[in-house]
Unconditional design. Sequence first.
Length: 246
Amino acid sequence: MNTRSRFSSLLLVIPMLMAALQSECNATVITITTAQSPFAGSSLNQGWWSNSVSNTDSNTDYGIGVFGAADHRGFASFDFSGFTVNDTISSATVKIQRGDSAGLNDATETVGFRDVSTSAATLNANSSASAGIYSDLGTGTSYGDFVVPGDDLSTVVLDFNLSNAVANLNAAKGGFFSVGFFLNSQDGNQALFLNTAAFPISIEVTYTTSFASVPEPSVVGFLAVGCGTVLVRRFRRKLGTSNSQV
Ligand SMILES: [Ca+2]
Ligand SMILES: [Ca+2]
Ligand SMILES: [Ca+2]
């Protein structure tokens, strides 16, 4: 290969390299479930809290609404330790299997999603009743209120695309992201998500990884300078060889 063709090859490689680097900026979707990194005492990072009825830490049922003569609010925590400062989360959808529904539900009910300020470790140690945690799960920043059928097949998985959660999703990178949910249409002995202990809740997260996280710009510059130096040396060597042959 002569010097000109080597240079032509380099000209072809540079756009391909840039295209490869650019692809790192495309959005990626990852699914994280409550089965990942479970806190001690339970197999899934999910459950419910009541302000008057005690729960047990090992119970992973996430029923919400009135049953057992008390209102219940649900929670789920997801391990976000895989995200770094170079990742930017743009959206997230929580996926919840319905399980059973109370017989007194209306034709439609509304499920509200709210921020959680209780730490994930405290939240998942759900071995008692707590007015404070119960309140946290149903108040604060709203991630949306979603109207769902009051009854449906227990196997149906409902998608809840969280709105207004981007700041908190990104703030949770490197730790846990928790979300609270409750029956925001409570007017009687109504409840959703009953008998759900065996169903892990999941979250589908869309994010991009910043350009700088792949090769540092200084490395790219260094490589470019290095390639140029090699080409110049080869060109000079080529000239030297040609001259000596004359
Ligand atoms: Ca627990
Ligand atoms: Ca809250
Ligand atoms: Ca209702």
